[in-house]
Design a protein around this ligand. Structure first.
Ligand code: ZN
Length: 369
C-alpha cells in the first residue's frame, strides 16, 4: 500500500560495480566520522560499454565552475557515464540494475537446486550486507539530524511552536526499512532489483523509507546518497503529506506561491491542490534536499580543492539526468523537468552557489516570505 494519491516517490539513482570492495575497506562509515575519514579514494573500472566520468574530465576547474554557474544541468547531463567524486561515484540506473541481476544469476548457477525462496534470501543477504546497511543508516541519521537543524534555524516567524513540533514529530516518525530479513519487502519483492529510494505514507500512519537493492550496489557518492535520502525524508513534511495529515503550516501556501512565481512548478491554484498533477511535493522535496546537501558540501569544502567540490556537487544530482529517459510517465507528471530540478532548485540554492563561487540569485526560503 502506498499513499492514497498517485504520486511518484522514486528517485532513480545510478550505480557502481565495486561498491563491495570500497565499502569493505570502509566498514565503519558512521556519522561520527570526519569528512577526511569519509573521503576515501575510489578505485573502480567502468563496466563494459560504460564511459568514465566525461563530464568531470574538464580542461580546467575554472571552465567547469563557469559552466556550473551557467547551467549545472548542462555540466551534469551533457554526457553520461560513471562520474566520480572523492567519496564515491554514480553510475547509470540501468548499470546498477544489471549488477544485481548478475548477482542473482551467479547464485542460481551456484545453487541450481535451491528453491526460489532460498535464492531470494541469499540475494537479499548479499545485496543488503552489513557494510552497505551501515552506510545507508548513517546517511539516514545524518539527514534527519540536518533536517531538524534546518527547521530549528528558522526564525520564529517561519513556524509557530505547534507547527514546528508537528514537523519534528513527523520527521521522527519516519522509519528506515532495510532487509534482511527478506520478508520485510514481501509486499514489494522486486524492490531488490530496483534503483530507487522510496518514501511511503501508509493509511495506518506509518511513514517509511525503503531502499532498492540496486541502489546499494551502485551509488557510493556520499553526496548523492545525502540528496536522495533528504529528498525522500522531505516528503514526510511536504505540503501535501502535511495537508493529508490535517496539519496546517501557514508558511507552506506562501512557499508554493514562491515556487510558482519562480517557475519551479506548473501554475497551481492560489491555495494549491495536491494530487492532481501537482508538482508541489516533488519540488518541495528537491528544495529541502538542496539545503541539506549544501550542508554536506559545506562540511567537505575546506578539505576539497575546487575541482573535487565541483565533482561532489555534480554527483549529488547526477541521477536526476536519467529522469529524461524514464519510461515511468509519473516521473514527468509529478517531477519538475530535470533542468528545473538541477538548475533552478538545486543549482540555485544560495549556499551551493556561494561554495562554487557563482553569483547568488533570488531563492525561495522559509524565512523570506
Ligand atoms: Zn519524490
Amino acid at each position: 500500500m502506498g499513499t492514497p494519491r498517485p504520486r511518484a516517490r522514486w528517485l532513480w539513482l545510478s550505480s557502481i560495480a565495486l561498491a563491495a570492495l570500497i565499502l569493505g575497506v570502509l566498514p565503519t562509515w558512521q556519522t561520527s566520522l570526519s569528512p577526511a575519514q569519509r573521503n576515501i579514494a575510489v578505485a573502480s573500472a567502468p563496466l563494459a560499454g560504460e564511459t568514465a566520468s566525461p563530464p568531470l574530465m574538464l580542461a580546467s576547474a575554472v571552465d567547469g565552475h563557469r559552466l556550473a554557474c551557467q547551467s549545472l544541468h548542462t555540466l551534469s547531463c551533457r554526457k553520461r557515464g560513471v562520474t566520480y567524486d572523492p567519496t564515491g561515484y554514480v553510475r547509470r540506473d540501468v548499470q546498477g540494475e544489471l549488477i544485481v541481476l548478475r548477482e542473482l544469476d551467479a547464485i542460481v548457477r551456484k545453487h541450481p537446486d535451491w528453491t526460489q525462496e532460498q535464492t531470494y534470501d541469499e540475494l537479499t543477504r548479499e545485496v543488503y550486507r552489513p557494510d552497505r546497511r551501515r552506510r545507508i543508516q548513517s546517511a539516514f541519521l545524518w539527514v534527519r539530524k540536518t533536517l531538524e537543524k534546518i527547521l530549528k534555524d528558522q526564525s520564529g516567524d517561519a513556524f509557530n511552536r505547534y507547527e514546528r513540533a508537528a514537523l519534528f514529530h513527523r520527521l521522527r516518525k519516519v522509519k528506515l526499512e532495510l532487509p534482511p530479513p527478506a520478508n520485510i519487502y514481501a509486499d514489494e519483492p522486486d524492490l531488490i532489483t530496483k534503483n530507487g529510494v522510496m518514501f511511503e505514507s501508509l493509511p495506518n500512519g506509518t511513514l517509511r523509507i525503503r531502499v532498492g537493492g540496486a541502489y546499494l550496489s551502485t551509488a557510493t557518492s556520499w553526496f548523492n546518497l545525502v540528496f536522495s535520502m533528504a529528498h525522500e525524508f522531505g516528503h514526510s513534511i511536504d505540503p501535501c503529506e502535511v495537508q493529508d495529515a490535517k496539519i496546517r503550516v501557514q508558511v507552506y501556501p506562501k512557499l508554493v506561491q514562491c515556487f510558482t512565481q519562480n517557475q519551479l512548478i506548473r501554475a497551481n491554484t492560489p491555495e494549491f491542490v495536491c494530487g492532481v498533477h501537482d508538482q508541489v511535493s516533488e519540488a518541495f522535496a528537491d528544495w529541502l534536499a538542496s539545503q541539506v546537501t549544501r550542508r554536506a558540501l559545506d562540511e567537505f569544502s575546506k578539505e576539497y580543492d575546487s575541482h573535487q567540490l565541483l565533482q561532489a556537487t555534480v554527483n549529488a544530482v547526477k541521477d536526476l539526468c536519467d529522469q529524461e529517459e524514464s519510461l515511468d510517465a509519473t516521473e514527468e507528471v509529478f517531477h519538475p523537468a530535470p533542468q528545473v530540478r538541477i538548475d533552478d532548485i538545486f543549482g540555485a540554492e544560495p549556499g551551493i552557489r556561494t561554495l562554487l563561487g557563482c553569483p547568488v540569485k533570488p531563492y525561495c526560503s522559509f524565512d523570506t516570505l
